[in-house]
Write a protein that binds this ligand. Structure first.
Ligand code: G3P
Ligand code: CA
Length: 345
């Protein structure tokens, strides 16, 4: 059987690729029926391989936001290692591009927040910030060799002094066989204006590692996500990638969560990643997305802001077991509730 996703033909789910399938199909029956349908429709998005099952196979997937970033510097080897130790199904690298065209794991366009670049290199460009021209230290103004001289750990805690910025290839090698990759293309349009093609660079990197097809390594499933619908359309329509894609949605782009927006999204992505608060505002969104064959993985759950909930564990449990989301993106993988709400710390 061939399933259609975003007009791309996807292979059927292989028997070994069962982790997410088991998790989702073990949910209560009405939800199970909906999600079974989603899995049939979005077969490409469900290749999570034969990694060891989590403590509770009923639970939605656990995605470690920038690694276990509550406890170690975001996107550091330490944060990714800890996330895997804490049972993450996926780690979540954000992508930026160096001056010499290498994909690195970094959230911001600039190096200033998470490295000591100000102390090591002078600013190489000025850009408009808050209405004024200011010195900036954009990653894209520095070569990989320069960026790898920077301390990317001390800003978080002296205990992490000397941690370096990782390339995407290094991240892949680090997690390979132990977790999946939920990769985000950051600011692809800005890089496009600067002469870089983030989508091509990403697919080339994945191909070099043999990860550019769903199920290529069942122990290391790959999902690509972005706030840029244009970037995802390029991946699906121009590059014809069959990898699962997810559209990130924030308040400014909440039109994607209307019935019309979701129907349009379903034409080119397998899932949505809304800011978690948007789902609290309208809890019908999850069911509607599921009816359209879209998985729903909200962000970001963090113990420093559990919102109206007593703890982030209870907050995630509400989304997982009451709202029925398919996964959660969290800074605290260790607080992920592997059981429904009772007894969650
Ligand atoms: O995975 C979604 C989440 O990472 C999006 O927000 O800004 O942390 O990349 P941000
Ligand atoms: Ca991200």
């Amino acid at each position: 059987m061939i399933a259609q996703t975003g007009h791309i033909e996807c292979p059927p789910i292989q028997p070994r690729n069962r982790l997410v399938m088991i998790k989702r199909l073990s949910l209560p029956l009405p939800r199970r029926a909906v999600i079974a349908l989603i899995l049939l429709i979005t077969a490409c998005s469900s290749d999570t391989g034969d990694a060891p099952p989590p403590a509770d196979p009923d639970a939605p997937i656990l995605i470690a936001h920038r690694g276990a970033s509550a406890y170690a510097p975001e996107h550091s080897a330490e944060a990714y290692e800890l996330a895997i130790e804490q049972g993450a199904d996926y780690i979540e690298p954000d992508l930026q591009i160096t001056k010499d065209g290498v994909l690195i794991a970094l959230h911001d366009l600039t190096l200033t927040r998470t490295t000591n670049v100000r102390n090591i290199f002078p600013a190489r460009s000025q850009r408009e910030r808050g209405g004024e021209l200011r010195d900036v230290w954009d990653a894209n103004d520095y070569t990989l060799e320069e960026i790898q001289q920077l301390d990317a750990g001390s800003w978080f805690d002296d205990a992490f002094a000397g941690t370096t910025v990782l390339t995407l290839s290094e991240v892949i090698e680090l997690v390979r066989g132990r977790a999946g990759l939920f990769i985000e293309t950051k600011a692809p349009e800005i890089y496009g204006e600067r002469g870089f093609d983030m989508e091509t660079l990403l697919l080339e990197a994945l191909a070099r590692h043999g990860l550019d097809e769903p199920g290529a390594d069942p122990d290391t499933p790959v999902v690509i996500q972005s706030f840029s619908a244009a970037s995802l359309r390029i991946l699906r329509e121009e590059h014809q990638t069959r990898l699962p894609l997810a559209l990130l949605i924030e308040e400014e782009t909440a039109q994607w969560l209307t019935p019309e927006g979701l129907a349009e999204a379903a034409e080119f992505v397998n899932g949505i990643g809304p800011d978690q608060s948007l789902l609290l505002d309208d809890q019908g969104i999850v069911d509607l997305a599921h009816e359209l064959g879209l998985t729903v993985v909200p962000w970001t759950f963090s113990d420093d802001d559990p919102g109206e909930f007593e703890t982030v564990g209870r907050e995630m449990a509400y989304y997982m077991y009451e709202m029925g989301v398919d996964g959660v993106i969290t800074n605290n993988p260790d607080l992920y509730p592997r059981r429904p709400p009772q007894d969650i710390p």
